[in-house]
Design a binder for this molecule. Sequence first.
Ligand code: ADP
Ligand code: MG
Ligand code: MG
Ligand code: MG
Length: 401
Amino acid sequence: MSTYHPLTEREAIEISLTLKELFPEGAELTSREIGDGNLNLVFHISDPASGRSIIMKQALPYAKVVGESWPLTLDRARIESEALILEGELAPGLVPQVYHYDAELALTVMEDLSNHVIMRQGLMQNNRYPLFAEHISTFLAQTLFFTSDLGMNQQEKKLRARNFTNPELCKITEDLIFDDPYRDADTNSFDEAIRDEAAALWNDGALHLEVALLREKFLTHAQALLHGDLHTGSIFITPQSTKIIDPEFAYYGPMGFDIGAVIANLLLNYTSRDHWNSDAASAHDYRTYLLDSIRELWTKFELKFRTLWTEHGSDRIAKSAPGYIDLYLQRLLQDTIGFAGCKIVRRVVGLAHVADIDKISDSSQREHTQRLALSIGKSLIKLNRRAKSIDELISTVQTAS
Ligand code: ADP
Ligand code: MG
Ligand code: MG
Ligand code: MG
């Protein structure tokens, strides 16, 4: 069973039974594949008698995209399990516990978080998460600071970066986020109704310049170990608890890419509120809640990052010059805003969309939402290098709305 092959539900159970500490001797396990099957298999394995359960995630050697198969390295399972373990050390309680990793089978066994909901679904169901900004700002500050040259030994950082080069998944990100949406690429996917807006993206030289600069950062700025795919589908949540999953895109890149991903996905949901709320007043309320969460997320992140800098920053780098910390955080905010904009645009015209918008059944409401998202995305990309405060992001969103 140890040579790589995609597992059946029965094999997933057999492997679980060999992991003795997880289930009682002789347990009668059930298994259910719950992944979407595009890149990975996800088995939910449980023992009804003891009430114990686990998740077993196995990487597939290809990605199924628009009916075609792209080969994809299985090494991303190692990257995912190593990133989860590291994130769990740096941000305790904010990722699932990893119980086991099998390199040959590209398999990670982890804590079952089925008592949480995927945040994207939770937002679509009008739930509110009062602790989210607190939790995600801790996750971001801890993982980004302590994997950067500010918070760890520079030579160790270089060696660690070698374990997370992740070239294939970075190439996917590069194409889908920084390339395809800005030209008439075959992989793009958008409603015909907004073709004029898509074509406008292909012909906007000022926008292309900003995207080129952001792409350059994505490719060259090995600032910290990123999660790499931090959308609201990678966040399990309840009002009390937040758990980040699915870091298979982890690599050393610009910090603002992760922070911008979270903000972009809150804003994508923001654009769709007229559909998810039953009336204009509650939609307005929810939009206010989302913008408040974004402001709180950045404000808390900045505060935590500054505290880490002061208390744990390396003398040689972090404390090398007065004013450095302020300029560092200003540039980080600018990157965050630029990457957020890119991540919004790609979810409207690029290959992979978000359910928040795609599930809007009324075509004219969907079109309106997509136009709003593109307007916000483009405005943020054009704002990025000029921004000095998070309030400018908020007011740019409000002006575009
Ligand atoms: P992919 O990389 O294929 O997107 P994910 O890690 O995002 O895989 O998992 C896909 C889905 O499987 C999640 O949306 C969730 O429904 C389920 N899942 C993944 N990890 C867990 C977990 N630890 N506990 C419960 N469900 C999980
Ligand atoms: Mg998936
Ligand atoms: Mg996922
Ligand atoms: Mg994934």
